[in-house]
Design a protein around this ligand. Structure first.
Ligand code: NAP
Length: 282
């Protein structure tokens, strides 16, 4: 079985970063807004900090101690022309998450607001696509996996992974079946699939009895089991039967990090090159 290594895909994406940032007249600058961040949030923020430092992307960390302070910070960065991207550190109350809708689409560097979702649905070039969903497509393209005429089964329909993947897979001519927690006989679907994409967060859920010979498997899941990180696919179990599979860790997660930087640079490029009508979309 061929292992679909995410590291090569991430390196390939990152190759353009330095040159693209050089071409921007000013460097991209992002703001990360949080509300009373806990230790887990701080670890995630540190990782963003490290990535931004590597590519000399400006970073403003704004920690709110109350909802009012968070809201004040939000309006400041939304209206600051030097800030090209805004991220919300989760978890946040829904009321605060709704503020994303008041951002212009290009500043929504995680692509989670309805403006970007609409653009993705219509296949617009200037859409900012949620990182993990785009990571799946980048992997498919990197390994020249042709989706035309293929039966693709996507398991998981969350707003950040499954749903934004649907229009991207259709754009690539896949014949698509979407499964979720209410689907009956999921394994009857996966057994007939040329390609299975798992994004449910259930450790080792997909086993060899539920795939066909020579299937291509893409694992988005990240689960902690017996002190290890494992995916939604039982990698050891399927490896004699599948043709290709992504590992966990070392697969989609690696690419997701690179896509976030790519989205941040793209948000600045959209402003610079005036693609679409982002500046008027507040
Ligand atoms: P989520 O919001 O919890 O959504 C899970 C989806 O899986 C839902 O659509 C749910 O169906 C479906 N589901 C749950 N249990 C199921 C079952 N037994 N059978 C069939 N479908 C089932 O999760 P998420 O944020 O999309 O994340 C999914 C996984 O990807 C998690 O392991 C997460 O850690 C991982 N992830 C990885 C990355 C990365 O960078 N690699 C990034 C983000 C997330 P319903 O809609 O019916 O509830």
């Amino acid at each position: 079985m061929k292992i679909l290594d995410g590291k090569c895909v991430a390196e390939n994406i990152s190759k353009s970063f330095v040159e693209r940032i050089k071409k921007c007249n000013e460097k991209p600058q992002i703001a990360v807004l949080s509300l009373n961040p806990d230790d887990a949030s701080r670890i995630y923020i540190k990782r963003i900090e490290k990535n931004c430092k590597e590519y000399e992307i400006g970073l403003k960390l704004l920690e709110g101690n109350s909802e009012e302070e968070f809201i004040d910070n939000f309006y400041k960065v939304r209206d600051d022309e030097e800030i090209t991207g805004v991220m919300f550190q989760q978890p946040l109350p829904q009321k605060l998450n709704n503020l994303i809708e008041l951002l212009p689409a290009n500043k929504d560097v995680e692509g989670i607001g309805t403006k970007n979702m609409g653009k993705i649905l219509l296949g617009k070039e200037d859409s900012i696509i949620p990182c993990t969903s785009r990571a799946v497509i980048e992997l498919i393209n990197y390994y020249n996996i042709d989706l035309t005429g293929k039966k693709v089964v996507l398991v998981g329909r969350s707003n950040i992974v499954g749903k934004p993947l649907i229009p991207q897979l259709l754009k690539n001519d896949a014949t698509l079946t979407i499964c979720h927690s209410k689907t009956k006989n999921i394994f009857e679907e996966t057994k007939n699939a040329d390609i299975v994409i798992m994004a449910i967060g259930k450790a080792n859920f997909l086993k060899k009895d539920a795939i066909k010979d020579g299937a291509i498997l893409i694992d988005v899941g990240i689960n902690y089991k017996d002190g290890r990180i494992v995916g939604d696919i039982d990698f050891e179990d399927i490896k004699e039967k599948a043709a290709m599979c992504t590992p966990v860790p070392g697969g989609i997660g690696k690419i997701t990090n690179a896509i976030l930087i790519d989205n941040i640079i793209k948000s600045k490029e959209i402003v610079n090159y005036g693609i679409g009508s982002f500046r008027n979309s507040k």
